[in-house]
Structure formats: structure tokens, C-alpha cells
Design a protein around this ligand. Structure first.
Ligand code: GDP
Length: 454
């Protein structure tokens, strides 16, 4: 990496301090050229230096700062890194940033610091992604998974399987190349079978854990749906414990979409309260209705709210019909009032619960149902060695398939070089997960999703 990059690494806004970070061969010189204080090119590595930052002409004072100088290779990117701790605030921080750019630094792209750490071999791809996950984690559980990945537990698991594959592959090679030497370890079918079996179960367990725990990271996208006045907003408010949605008894109050997030057993529920579903001529409400129906396919969970104090209306029936193939909970709300509702036969009784938003624990059933449905209690106690995004999980599944292919080839007494192809494929795919082999395009896309300055 020849050029030196710069970015504001703290959130943009008013705060006590902001950090402008540089990485690259010229980082120290660029800062030193507009710094008055110790000569930064001569200070020891990993020191914090007090001084003043000026503009390029070194006449206009920009800020009083503390400058951290960290010399390669023991830095985040493996390059020289300088961090300028400025006073917080948008204008000052931007001025310092501009000074660095006019002195020769280039504005970093999103995630470019981490990309450099990866390209310089400082961290693997799983760890790079874990850094972003850690920053973005919204629950303690998600944070623990990211931290575990960052510690290398998941990468080590993948590396262990690759190591086994490598050993197996090399002994197969020896057998192919020197079949006449029988003092060289003979890779018997049994040995291959045993190794394959062990790798298969490790991968299978990893995929299973990852699929269960991915919910911890993404949360459960939940849509609350029902005709006006059944109590959707009240339920949302009870879940969120604040008055986010406006609750009134005029039908159709929640016209647009209200969103909120709540943690249940440490798992994030992203809730959307959709506009009341109702046959209507009102344009605004109609848009809302269409929106709410269009959100059903994307949801992980649909909470259908019905008023237990009323008979089932055609709209209710329509909602039940539209959500019948989804993971859903049917809430018979207002159970503090007389029960008049009769659900059509054929509805899964397991999915029905009764609630009310009047009593303190009126929606406890709903929370319990969510915990039960998504096995949230079990997830919590699970081990945190897991893959966390679609990229990683899809590749792990592909690797698992090649192991299955290898197994099948063994069972069908295929020649050893056919088995070798499957094992080699598995080795390469696992390499992609940790970024041992990668394509430029994938890497570029991946880091683009990072925030600027990371
Ligand atoms: P939405 O239009 O479906 O979002 O319904 P709201 O949450 O705005 O509630 C409509 C009306 O029903 C309000 O007057 C609420 O106070 C009332 N309500 C909500 N939940 C209950 C409940 O469990 N029992 C009773 N009796 N009234 C409720």
C-alpha cells in the first residue's frame, strides 16, 4: 500500500473529542508537517504527544491536540498509524482532516483501515467482519459472538479442518505419486472415511450453531398486523415500554409504519407496527395498508392481532389467509373483555395466545411465545463459536457439500483422485471463509459496508 489514508474515526457530531486517523508510509510525516510540538518523526513508537495542529502554511492554528504515534508493524493495519485527538465538533475535526488531505493524505474509503489490516495479513476475513459486527452489535449476545470471532475461535476451527484436509490430501498425493513404495503410509479407505466423518460432523455442528445464532445478530424482524383498533399500537408500546405509537380509539390512527426494537432474552426484536388493515378509500391509509401487506414476506415473525371482544370480520379473515404460511402468532387481544371471537377451524392452536394491554402482565404470554418459538433460551446458553453472516454460512454449506461428495465417492469405490478433487474443493472453500483465497471483487464489496474511519 503506497499511499497514506485519512478519515475521521469517531462519529461525526458534537462531542468531547474526535479522532482523525491516518495510516500509511507517510502518516507520521504528514501530521508532523502541520504539527507544533515534539518532532513526531523522532518520537518513540506508541507514544502520545501534546501539541498544536496548524493548516498547511503552518500559520493558522486549527486545534490543540494529543497525537498518538504508532509505528509499523505493531498497529491495527500493520502500517504506521497516527491518531490525532482533536476537540470534538464538526468544524474543527473537518479542518484537521482537510489539513491532512492538503498535506498529501487521501480520504479513506469505508472500511479501508480494516481492509489494509486484512491485506497486510494482520487479520483474516472472519475477524475483519467480526470487527464490524462488534461495532454494530445491538445486544449483548451479538457482541459476545463478534468478540469470540475476533479472538480467533471460529477462524481456528476452520483452520483446524483445513489442516486435517491438507494432511489427508498430501498423503493421498504420496499414494498416487509413489504407489510402488509401500513403506510410505498407505491411505486406506478406512482412514479417509474416518477423517471425512470427523470433518463432516464438525462442519455440520458449526453450520447448525451458526444458523441458530444468526438470529442473535440480525434480530427477529417482526411485523404486527391487524385491522384498526384491535390494540396493535398498545401491544407495541407495551413491548417497547414507551409511547412510540400513538394510541387512540379512532380507527386508523396508526396510519403509517412505526418501528421499534426490543430485547427479549437478549435477542433483538425489530418490530414494525403496520397501518391498520382496512378496506378504505382514504389514500394515506391505503398506502399504509398496502405497505403492511407488502411487509409480510420479509418478516421472520408476524404477529396477527385480533380483538377477542368482536366477531371475526372479513378483514380479519383476509389477514389470517395472507399470513397462513408465515411463522406467526395469533394474538386474541382485549381478553379483559367478554370473548366473542370464534376462529375458523384448521388454525394451529399452538399459534394462538390471549393478551390484554390493560393489566401489568397482560402481554406476558406473547413474550413467552416468542421465546418458545425461536428457542431463545437455548440459544443463550449455546457456545458462541459461530459464523455470523450469509457469506460465511453459504460457504460453509458449500464446503459441507463437498465433504458429502467425497464421502459418496468413497462409498462408491471411486478412484482416489476423484475423492481428492472433492477434498481439495472443500479446502479451497474453507479458505475463502477466512480469506486465505479471495477475489478482489468480493473483498471490495465486503469492506464497502463498513463505516468510514474503520
Ligand atoms: P390499533 O389501531 O390496532 O393500533 O389499536 P390501539 O392500540 O390504538 O388501541 C385501540 C383502542 O383499544 C384504544 O382505545 C386502546 O386503549 C384499546 N385497547 C388496546 N388494547 C386493549 C385491551 O387489551 N383491552 C381493552 N379493553 N382495550 C384495549
Amino acid at each position: 500500500m503506497e499511499d497514506t489514508i485519512v478519515a475521521i474515526s469517531t462519529a461525526v457530531g458534537v462531542g468531547a473529542i474526535s479522532i482523525v486517523r491516518l495510516s500509511g508510509p507517510e502518516a507520521i510525516k504528514i501530521v508532523n508537517d502541520c504539527f507544533k510540538g515534539n518532532d513526531l518523526t523522532k518520537v518513540a513508537s506508541h507514544t502520545i504527544n501534546y501539541g498544536h495542529i496548524y493548516d498547511k502554511s503552518k500559520t493558522n492554528l486549527l486545534d490543540e491536540v494529543l497525537v498518538s504515534v504508532m509505528k509499523a508493524p505493531k498497529t491495527y493495519t500493520s502500517e504506521d498509524i497516527v491518531e490525532i485527538n482533536c476537540h470534538g465538533g464538526i468544524i474543527t475535526t473537518n479542518k484537521v482532516l482537510e489539513a491532512m488531505i492538503s498535506n498529501g493524505a487521501r480520504l479513506a474509503e469505508p472500511g479501508e483501515f480494516t481492509k489494509r489490516a486484512f491485506l497486510n495479513g494482520k487479520i483474516d476475513l472472519i475477524k475483519s467482519e467480526a470487527i464490524m459486527d462488534l461495532i454494530e452489535s445491538k445486544s449483548d449476545e451479538a457482541r459476545k459472538i463478534a468478540l469470540n470471532q475476533l479472538n480467533g475461535t471460529t477462524s481456528n476451527l476452520i483452520k483446524d479442518i483445513r489442516e486435517k484436509l491438507k494432511n489427508l490430501l498430501s498423503s493421498i498425493e504420496v499414494n498416487i505419486d509413489y504407489p510402488e513404495y509401500y513403506d510410505i503410509e498407505n491411505v486406506t479407505e478406512n482412514k479417509i472415511r474416518k477423517e471425512i466423518e470427523s470433518m463432516k460432523s464438525t462442519l455440520q455442528e458449526l453450520i447448525q450453531t451458526s444458523e441458530n445464532t444468526s438470529i442473535l445478530k440480525t434480530g427477529i424482524n417482526t411485523v404486527i398486523i391487524g385491522k384498526p383498533n384491535v390494540g396493535k399500537s398498545s401491544i407495541l408500546n407495551k413491548l417497547l415500554l414507551k409511547d412510540k405509537a400513538i394510541v387512540t380509539d379512532i380507527a386508523g390512527t396508526t396510519r403509517d409504519i412505526v418501528e421499534g426494537e426490543v430485547l427479549i432474552e437478549g435477542v433483538l426484536l425489530n418490530i414494525i407496527d403496520t397501518a391498520g388493515i382496512r378496506e378504505t378509500e382514504d389514500i394515506v391509509e391505503k398506502i399504509g395498508v398496502e405497505k403492511s401487506i407488502s411487509m409480510i414476506p420479509e418478516a421472520d415473525l408476524v404477529i396477527v392481532v385480533l380483538n377477542s371482544n368482536e366477531e371475526l370480520s372479513p378483514e380479519d379473515k383476509m389477514i389470517l389467509e395472507k399470513t397462513k404460511n408465515k411463522q406467526r402468532i395469533i394474538v386474541l387481544n382485549k381478553n379483559d373483555l367478554e370473548k366473542k371471537i370464534k376462529l375458523p377451524v384448521g388454525i394451529d392452536k399452538e399459534s394462538i395466545i390471549e393478551t390484554n394491554t390493560m393489566e401489568k402482565d397482560g402481554i406476558k404470554n406473547l413474550k413467552n411465545k416468542i421465546v418458545y418459538m425461536f428457542h431463545l433460551e437455548k440459544i443463550k446458553t449455546k457456545d458462541y463459536t459461530s459464523l455470523t453472516n450469509t457469506r460465511q454460512i453459504t460457504l460453509a454449506k458449500k464446503a459441507y457439500e463437498s465433504i458429502l461428495d467425497a464421502e459418496e465417492s468413497v462409498e462408491n469405490n471411486q478412484p482416489i483422485d476423484i475423492i481428492e478433487i472433492d477434498l481439495k474443493e472443500c479446502f479451497d472453500i474453507l479458505g475463502e471463509i477466512i480469506g486465505e483465497n479471495y477475489s478482489e471483487e468480493i473483498i471490495d464489496n465486503l469492506f464497502k459496508n463498513f463505516c468510514v474511519g474503520k
